[in-house]
Design a protein around this ligand. Structure first.
Ligand SMILES: Nc1ncnc2c1ncn2[C@@H]1O[C@H](COP(=O)(O)OP(=O)(O)OP(=O)(O)O)[C@@H](O)[C@H]1O
Ligand SMILES: [Mg+2]
Length: 460
């Protein structure tokens, strides 16, 4: 069966514009309808379901924002892309807050328009695909503060939700900053121990010789500084959940004692000879590969099996980039709120999507926090985003489809290619000359000279 064509509604009050876009989109294989004003658009929307609507902001009769609200209320699965003049960018970004997928500035570049449509269609497909996973989840759990609609994240939460009410030990694995501790809290909050305490111990932050007393406590006089008897963390967590973060750091001397506790629930304080009991559910986390640690002789195999009845693997951010816009939105609304509503322009978001985030969600959170402090008029632009590593490679990864119509290898002088390339890079970074010079690896002064020499102008 032939795949159903993607249907697009284009709404604009300029007939000439409608005609050009219609033929462009039809050439790309889309099924296209057009409307000349807001009322005509609403009429069409009531007759037929559209996958994507291209919507001019300024329209006669009912304006674009009203049409957007109408679509958002009635057709949640329809993606809206706003069409806007350069002076209306602020309004367009506000539209994104009302649920528009993105915006394209007029005069538009065909390439940008087509790419935005492709992304909108792809996001819609993912949303529908993941709907089942999400609804399965929402039945039972508390997960308000965990953001993620990607398949891998929803699958993880589904497993975590199933494991949570059992008393099994859970091992959470994932690269740094992926949200391991957040998942540990999630398991606790959805467990039968949720009204008891969640006690966390970071095994890497405590010197080796003190870790045992931190875990199991000590008797008065057990060692020089032991002036008082002290309860250990396993005792404090009795009845609740014990979170052992960075468990791969526990020394080989301490590992058998921990194993014994996990098997029997029994322990002794340092310097004590009384056997005590505590009932805890253990969640551990590590960014190491414990199997490797075992084969290197640094981690006991029996302990690994004991803590690893269930493994939850938290995916890295680069493998679930579709979660980036949601996380950005969440951080802007929840972490930087006191400064008022801060928005982000699509080009800046696109840059964030191209970066690989070695520091994962934590790094993204920091970049957003910094950008929201640096930005002007509460709008984060490309130049406000400082990516510590690989800025250039991040931007260059997705090469533009053409260099203004010039093919590499065609019979043209090299200066034509240089001119077209400089213009394309400038356009791709919103004419931020500092960033463009960095990408091009030339000085700012040289960039100015080339702009003048080639007479490169900013598109209106
Ligand atoms: N899915 C998510 N939704 C919202 N916030 C998240 C998400 N994942 C991580 N964060 C936030 O990112 C930061 C890092 O998360 P967390 O401390 O849980 O990661 P981690 O894997 O334990 O990191 P590390 O390996 O450095 O210990 C926290 O501020 C957390 O709230
Ligand atoms: Mg952590």
């Amino acid at each position: 069966m032939a795949e159903k064509k993607v249907s697009i509604l284009v709404v604009d009050d300029e007939t000439a514009f409608l005609q050009v876009v219609e033929s462009l989109l039809e050439n790309e294989g889309y099924s296209v309808s057009t409307a000349i004003d807001g009322v005509a658009a609403i009429n069409l929307l009531q007759q037929k379901t559209f996958d994507v609507v291209l919507l001019d902001i300024k329209l006669p009769r009912v304006d674009g924002i009203e049409v957007l609200k109408f679509i958002h209320e009635h057709f949640l699965n329809t993606q809206v892309i706003m069409l806007t003049g350069v002076h209306d960018i602020k309004t367009a970004v506000e539209c994104m807050n009302l649920g528009a997928f993105n915006y394209v500035t007029k005069p538009y570049s065909a390439d940008e328009l087509l790419r935005t449509i492709e992304r909108a269609v792809e996001q819609k497909r993912l949303r529908i695909e993941n709907k089942a996973l999400r609804s399965e989840l929402s039945r039972h759990v508390f997960a308000d503060n965990i953001i993620g609609e990607s398949k891998s994240m929803l699958e993880l939460l589904n497993i975590a939700a199933k494991v949570a009410p059992t008393d099994s030990p859970v091992l959470i694995q994932g690269a740094s900053g992926t949200g391991k501790e957040l998942i540990a809290h999630f398991v606790h909050k959805n467990s039968q121990r949720s009204d008891k305490q969640f006690v966390a111990l970071n095994c890497a932050s405590i010197p080796e010789n003190l870790l045992e007393s931190e875990l199991f406590g000590h008797e008065k006089g057990a060692f020089t500084d032991a002036h008082q008897t002290k309860q250990g963390i396993v005792e404090i967590a009795d009845g609740g959940t014990l979170f052992l973060d960075e468990i791969g750091e526990i020394s080989l001397t301490l590992q058998p004692k921990l194993l014994r506790f996990l098997q029997t629930g029994e322990f002794r304080r340092v310097g004590g000879n009384k056997t005590l009991r505590s009932d805890v559910r253990v969640i551990s986390a590590t960014n190491k590969n414990l199997i490797d640690e075992v084969s290197l002789g640094r981690f006991r195999e029996d302990l690994m099996y004991r803590i690893n009845v269930i493994t939850l693997n938290v995916p890295s951010l680069k493998d679930r980039k579709e979660d980036i816009p949601l996380l950005v939105d969440y951080f802007l609304k929840n972490r930087v709120r006191p400064r008022g509503l801060i928005m982000i322009e699509p080009k800046a978001l696109e840059l964030l999507m191209k970066y690989d985030w070695p520091g994962n969600v934590r790094e993204l959170e920091n970049v957003i926090e910094r950008a929201s402090i640096l930005c002007k008029d509460n709008l984060i632009r490309v130049e406000d985003i400082s990516l510590p590593i690989g800025l250039r490679s991040a931007i260059q990864k997705e090469a533009p489809r053409d260099v203004s119509g010039i093919q590499i290898g065609a019979a043209v002088p090299i200066r034509e290619i240089e001119k077209a390339h400089i213009a394309a890079v400038l356009n791709s970074v919103g004419w931020n000359k500092n960033v463009a010079a960095k990408i091009l690896e030339i000085s700012l002064k040289t960039l100015y000279t080339k702009i003048q020499q080639y007479n490169i102008t900013k598109p209106e």
